[in-house]
Design a binder for this molecule. Structure first.
Ligand SMILES: [Ca+2]
Ligand SMILES: [Ca+2]
Length: 132
C-alpha cells in the first residue's frame, strides 16, 4: 500500500492542471453564452394595430420590409419588421423609458427564429441578408 503513495507529486500536479483546464472551459462557455444571446419577442397584450407601411430596411431604394406599429393606451409603441413573411425585428418605444421598461430593438440576424441581437432605438440596424 505504501508504494502507491511513494510518489505523491504527480497527483499534486494533475489536480491543479485539471482545475486550470476546467476554469478555461467554464470561461469559454461564459463567452459563448454572452455572444449567443436570446431575446423574447414582446407581448402584444394591451396593444392594438395602429399603422402599417412598407419600408426600406437596407437603403437600396426597395421597400422590402413591412412595418407594423402597435400602440397601447399609454401611447407606448411596438413595431414589427417583416420581410418575406419572416419577422426579423421588433422595437419598443415607450413613453416613459426612464422609469419603465427600457426601449430596444431586437433582431434575428440569421433567420433561425431567435432574436439574438439588441440595439438602441437610434442605432443602425438593417434587414438581415437571410430574409432577402
Ligand atoms: Ca431595401
Ligand atoms: Ca437568430
Amino acid at each position: 500500500m505504501m508504494r502507491k503513495y511513494s510518489n505523491p507529486s504527480r497527483g499534486n500536479i494533475v489536480l491543479p492542471v485539471t482545475l486550470f483546464v476546467l476554469c478555461l472551459v467554464v470561461e469559454a462557455l461564459n463567452i459563448t453564452a454572452a455572444r449567443a444571446q436570446q431575446f423574447e419577442p414582446p407581448s402584444l397584450d394591451g396593444y392594438i394595430m395602429h399603422s402599417e407601411r412598407d419600408g426600406d430596411g437596407d437603403g437600396d431604394g426597395v421597400n422590402e420590409t413591412r412595418i407594423k406599429q402597435y400602440l397601447n393606451q399609454q401611447g407606448d409603441s411596438l413595431v414589427s419588421m417583416t420581410t418575406e413573411g419572416r419577422v426579423w425585428a421588433w422595437s419598443l418605444n415607450t413613453r416613459d423609458s426612464d422609469s419603465g421598461v427600457k426601449n430596444y430593438v431586437i433582431r434575428d440576424s440569421d433567420c433561425d427564429g431567435t432574436f439574438d441581437e439588441v440595439y438602441g432605438l437610434d442605432d443602425d440596424f438593417h434587414v438581415p441578408e437571410c430574409v432577402k
